[in-house]
Design a binder for this molecule. Structure first.
Ligand code: GLP
Length: 265
């Protein structure tokens, strides 16, 4: 795992956008795993600007979202399909046929999950998986005690997750109780992972995920097993990390980060 702590939310989000843009320029047919949540809203707006102003080209890019609520049609403003269309897909030149989310409206949800895994495999696997961090330590909707080898499947959401996502759904009463989500094992199969975490409300759970023991109680901690995982955070989210000085030293001295030094000022 590599952890990069930048002073502000905007700088952390910009670094994440630039890392995605670089991966896409290196491989225009990138298979990109996507996430939802408030943290990603600014990131997607930055990617939209990069498309408009720098010609960042998504025409060959294929995307797979981590998760989708069960029972919400794509045109529901609370569905993740709607979120993705509004926040990202409308702002870039992606072919909507190349964008995928688990089908939370399928009559046979188990078959839909199997099909999602097959679609990912048919694309050659996910090249770069973007991740946020839930306040209970989840990635995707892998709630506490999710098997660390799990695949795409149904999960019941915790009351904490329902509360956390209430503001995006116009109140707790509108948040579905179940979702389809890539499993922790599905996420760990991505060639590279990139997690963006900002704000002081995530500081405690981030320290557990990054520096605590690997445990299914905090499914993000499974990322410690991933051979290529970058975690980008702002100073507020990173405030309880014990290895801060070492992470800063890496960012300032390792050649792979040289082109991003303007962001640390
Ligand atoms: C939801 C998503 C997660 C995301 C989390 C963080 O629970 N299923 O994939 O990481 O929200 O949300 P926010 O960025 O709003 O804190």
């Amino acid at each position: 795992m590599e952890v990069i702590i930048l002073p502000t939310r905007e700088q952390a989000t910009m670094l994440t956008a630039r890392l995605i843009a670089k991966a896409l320029r290196q491989k225009p047919s990138l298979v990109l795993g996507l996430a939802t949540g408030r943290t990603m809203e600014r990131l997607y707006s930055l990617l939209g600007t990069m498309h408009r102003e720098e010609g960042l080209d998504f025409s060959l890019c294929r995307t797979f979202n981590l998760d989708e609520y069960i029972g919400l049609p794509p045109d529901s403003p609370y569905s993740y399909r709607y979120y993705m269309n509004e926040h990202l897909f409308k702002r870039i030149n992606i072919d909507l046929r190349n964008t995928h989310l688990p089908d939370g409206m399928a009559a046979d949800l188990e078959a839909a999950c199997r099909q999602y895994e097959m679609q990912i495999a048919e694309c050659g696997g996910i090249d770069l998986q973007l991740l946020g961090l839930g306040s209970d330590g989840h990635i995707g909707f892998n709630e506490p005690l999710s098997a660390l080898r799990s695949r795409t499947r149904q999960k019941a959401l915790t009351p904490e997750t329902i509360r956390q996502n209430a503001s995006l759904c116009g109140g707790e009463q509108n948040v579905p109780r179940r979702a389809l989500t890539m499993g922790v094992g599905t996420i760990l199969d991505a060639k590279r992972c990139l997690m963006l975490v900002t704000g002081s409300t995530k500081a405690d759970i981030l320290a557990k995920a990054v520096e605590g023991p690997i445990t299914s109680m905090v499914t993000a901690s499974a990322l410690q097993l991933h051979p290529s995982c970058r975690v980008i955070v702002d100073a507020e989210a990173g405030q309880f990390l014990q290895g801060k000085d070492y992470y800063d030293w890496i960012f300032r001295n390792e050649p792979e980060w040289a082109e991003y030094q303007d962001l640390a000022r």
